[in-house]
Design a protein around this ligand. Structure first.
Ligand SMILES: [Zn+2]
Length: 167
């Protein structure tokens, strides 16, 4: 079963101050699933839209979760916490990009059409955030663990799932 995308009208999304918060399994993102060692786990995201006083449309993306990558030092599984926060200025894909402001660090320009699959944006951001060479802080194997099953890479998930009060 292929999960549907999350199609929105991006400018209406911003105009109506809409907000979406969902979680999706990692294996529902095809490209991301190819990039990780194991496809267990979920990504949680919040997308918020608004228009500013200048009439510009913005999307704020917050992405959290955990991905299982391969440690480049010991080649074992490494749980890598995802924490992405991205701000996008929406521009019409058929409009000319403004020359100014493209170098802004605080946000990216996102050319969009009438429909935007938020899941694609989320997957892009997750892929961009992947470390080039992930490594454990300490690779030493746990002593006395013969099966290794008690050192689940998801031991940290319970912590990550706790909602943070930031905002
Ligand atoms: Zn390692």
């Amino acid at each position: 079963m292929s999960p549907p995308g999350l199609l929105v009208d991006p400018f209406a999304f911003a105009r109506e101050n809409r907000e979406i918060s969902e979680s999706r399994p990692v294996d529902s993102f095809d490209r991301l699933a190819d990039a990780v060692l194991e496809t267990d786990g979920t990504l949680s995201f919040t997308v918020r839209g608004w228009r500013d006083a200048d009439g510009k449309s913005w999307l704020q993306l917050e992405l959290t979760g955990a991905l299982v990558l391969r440690c480049q030092r010991c080649l074992e599984a490494l749980t890598w916490p995802v924490a992405v926060s991205s701000l996008f200025l929406l521009v019409r894909e058929d409009a000319e990009l403004p020359d100014e402001g493209l170098e802004e660090d605080a946000w990216d320009t996102l050319p969009v059409g009438k429909r935007l699959d938020l899941l694609q944006v989320i997957e892009d951001e997750a892929l961009l955030a992947l470390p080039f060479a992930p490594r454990h802080d300490e690779c030493s194997a746990p002593s006395g663990a013969d099966g290794g099953e008690d050192t689940s890479p998801f031991a940290g998930l319970a912590i990550l799932r706790k909602p943070e009060g930031r905002g």
